[in-house]
Design a protein around this ligand. Structure first.
Ligand code: ADP
Ligand code: MG
Length: 251
């Protein structure tokens, strides 16, 4: 069964067609990778799933409900969590505080930092945040300010900020970008564990080692169009995919 269904989505920026007639079906419980050269429209597509951008035309349905016109926090409360391409964390707050905020956002709707002093003492949310940090091996840094973390740990923190929301669908935009190989492998293992719990994932990723380690299915986006969609072992040999990647990333 498809948990995310995208039909005929178009998105233009001025004269540029960033997305052209994009169709996508993400199977519930699967890891679906979206790959493609820089500027292909991958982040734009993800932005259409979380209410940051509205498609010009087309439909996006999640769990049987249209996401179009919903605000980001409504989509989030419906069960969609997202890791951005650049870490979006609160550098001056501790890790546990960083994880508490999305937990409040899931429960209460859009979260304003001005509400923080009033809610920061809530024990059940604190415990939930601590449990999530433990789950990701970050408990020892719970009281450290997030700005001090290494890049790899920041990305793990972001995962904790998603997982505390117990999402049905997790969207990841280049989760291993800028990571050294050891951190990348740790992240792959973590994402495999998360997938093993039945959370559906859409992963945008440049690193083919990551893609082929994780994905059940791969869609290839080039110049705003899905040019191929297949099982990982079949994507490598697809001539259209090889052409799109010529001179760019390596398959
Ligand atoms: P990818 O994530 O695959 O690298 P993007 O979705 O970021 O690609 O970008 C797709 C195309 O749309 C690029 O040509 C980019 O410059 C353009 N683009 C993305 N966001 C905007 C925006 N907000 N305004 C204008 N152009 C944009
Ligand atoms: Mg991008």
């Amino acid at each position: 069964m498809s948990i995310l269904t995208v039909r005929n989505v178009n998105k233009n920026f001025g004269g540029l067609a960033a997305l052209s007639e994009v169709n996508l079906e993400v199977e519930e419980g699967s890891v679906h990778a979206i790959i493609g050269p820089n500027g292909a429209g991958k982040s734009t597509l993800l932005n259409c799933f979380v209410g940051r951008l509205d498609p010009d035309t087309g439909t996006v349905d999640f769990d049987g409900v249209s996401l179009l016109g919903l605000k980001p926090h409504q989509i989030n409360q419906a069960g969609v969590s997202r890791v951005f391409q650049t870490p979006e964390i609160f550098g001056d707050l501790t890790l546990v505080e960083n994880v508490m905020i999305p937990a409040f956002a899931k429960r209460d709707g859009a979260f304003k930092l001005s509400a923080w002093p009033a809610v920061r003492g809530e024990a059940d949310i604190y415990q939930k945040a601590m449990d999530t940090l433990s789950d990701l091996g970050l408990a020892k840094y719970a009281q450290v300010t997030a700005g001090q973390l290494s890049r790899g740990d920041k990305r793990r923190l972001e995962l904790a900020m998603c997982l505390v929301q117990e999402p049905k669908l997790l969207l990841l935009d280049e989760p291993t970008a800028g990571m050294a190989r050891a951190d990348t492998n740790r992240t792959i293992d973590l994402l495999k564990t998360i997938a093993g719990r039945g959370i559906t994932m859409v992963v945008i990723e440049h690193d083919m080692h990551v893609v082929f380690s994780l994905a059940d299915k791969i869609s290839v986006l080039a110049q705003g169009t899905i040019i191929a969609e297949d099982l990982p072992e079949k994507i490598k040999g697809n001539p259209k995919v090889q052409e799109a990647y010529l001179g760019g990333a390596h398959l």
